[in-house]
Design a protein. Structure first.
Length: 66
């Protein structure tokens, strides 16, 4: 590999909008996030599952077909 063409790889402080912080490695010194694994609905179990059916189910419900 060529010398001097790669950026420095250093410790990085990651801060989320919810207040969660953690350390990782990156070429940047600081990263600010809007959503992390501590506040994202998928990871917290707060995810809402929509009971949306397909086209056939909607048609059957609309015209009361069994």
């Amino acid at each position: 590999m060529k010398e001097g063409i790669h950026p420095d790889y250093k410790e990085c402080k990651v801060t989320c909008a919810c207040g969660n912080t953690f350390q990782t490695m990156s070429t940047k010194e600081e990263i600010k996030l809007d959503v992390c694994s501590k506040c994202h609905p998928f990871f917290t179990g707060q995810q809402k599952f929509a009971g949306r059916g397909g086209r056939i189910e909607k048609f059957k419900n609309k015209y009361n077909i069994d």
